[in-house]
Design a binder for this molecule. Structure first.
Ligand code: HPA
Ligand code: ZN
Length: 348
């Protein structure tokens, strides 16, 4: 068996993880030195403390600013994947959010090339696979979002963007109207990008419905508020629209609940929603995929059989082809059979 306990050994897909939120604390310090940036603290327990989504974003943006050249992007992408594999990662669709880098004059082609270099090296060493989702930063507004997708479209036309399979949106949610980004999402759709967006993390269910209708997203990131709207919950369940949920992040970053026991993840699934488990920003929240699965299972009393379903639902929620999904699911079923405890109806 691999390192750690049985939760690390569960084969996993991850669909909601930001590369900038996976940078090892030691790498943060080294990048700050290399790029001549001052950190308010080099101690992650001091630096990584948040009271709200917006206070988290202040720190997230600081880490983003440490990524200045192709090698920096390659380094963090490589480490991101190799760090997740011991905790069960087999396939990830990973966010990067280049708004402030582009505003500072970086070239999108170089960013994507760097990320791709790092991922390719990690794939060679680990066998895990990883695609990219380019996120719009809502804080920069609809015009910047459209400009980003125009650059992405040009990159695809030049044949240098094939690792980027999707378009997403993140960052601050309050006071921002998702409709401002409709043009950007239409352009993304027209060039063949798959669509997702953070929604209902820091606001109510209306934002989820608006993102579904105005942006035509195919998945929802967080969607924490969904159960507040019964009709919307039914729609999302019936249409099998995946919700990529990050329970520990919702406690630590968005500060939505005091304790994991209060999190609606299990209730979302009981309502028929295809809800997956993800880490969001693991290096900034002292988290990994094994810990996410283990803590959620125990806090919500989810028996092993339900956790197996979560892992398999992850495969369904990917943007892999139907054939690739079938073979990844078969691989997961084989691996799960090997580690299944004697009584799967119990919480492990
Ligand atoms: N929400 C919004 N923006 C983000 C997040 C998040 O959970 N993580 C990194 N950027
Ligand atoms: Zn996120």
């Amino acid at each position: 068996m691999r390192s750690g306990d049985v939760y690390d050994a569960i084969p996993k897909v991850e669909l909601h993880c930001h590369v900038e939120g996976t940078v090892r604390p030691a790498t943060v310090v080294e990048l700050a030195q290399k790029n001549g940036r001052q950190l308010p603290s080099e101690d992650p327990t001091e630096l990584y403390r948040y009271t709200s989504l917006n206070s988290f974003l202040e720190i997230f943006w600081l880490v983003q600013e440490l990524l200045v050249d192709r090698d920096d992007w390659a380094r963090v992408a490589y480490q991101s994947v190799v760090d997740a594999v011991p905790h069960g990662l087999r396939y990830r669709e990973m966010f990067f959010t280049p708004a402030r880098h582009l505003a500072a004059g970086q070239d999108l082609a170089e960013i994507v090339a760097g990320l791709s270099d790092g991922i390719e090296q990690a794939v060679l060493e680990t066998g895990a696979r990883c695609a990219l989702i380019c996120d719009i930063d809502r804080a920069y507004g609809g015009g910047a979002g459209l400009e980003l997708v125009e650059r992405l479209a040009a990159l695809r036309r030049s044949g240098r963007g094939e690792r980027v399979i999707g378009l997403g949106m993140d960052s601050t949610e309050r006071g921002v109207d998702p409709r401002d980004f409709a043009d950007a999402f239409r352009l993304g759709e027209s060039v063949g990008l798959r669509l997702t967006s953070h929604a209902g993390e820091d606001t109510g269910p209306d934002n989820i419905a608006t993102a579904l209708d105005a942006l035509r997203i195919e998945r929802i990131d967080h969607g924490l508020a969904i159960l507040e709207d019964e009709a919307l919950t039914r729609r999302v369940a019936e249409e099998r629209i995946p919700l990529n949920v990050c329970p520990n992040s919702n406690i630590i970053i968005a500060n939505k609940y005091e304790r994991l026991e209060e999190h609606p993840f299990r209730r979302m699934r009981q309502a028929g929603v295809l809800a997956t488990l993800n880490t969001d920003d693991p290096a900034m929240t002292d988290l990994d995929l094994g810990k996410e699965y283990r803590t959620v299972a125990r806090a919500l009393g989810m028996p092993w059989s339900e956790i197996e379903e979560v892992a398999l639902d992850g495969v369904e929620a990917t943007w892999l082809s139907e054939g690739e999904k079938r073979s990844l699911r078969a691989q997961f079923e084989r691996e799960l059979a090997e580690i299944r405890p004697s009584d799967p109806s119990e919480v492990v």
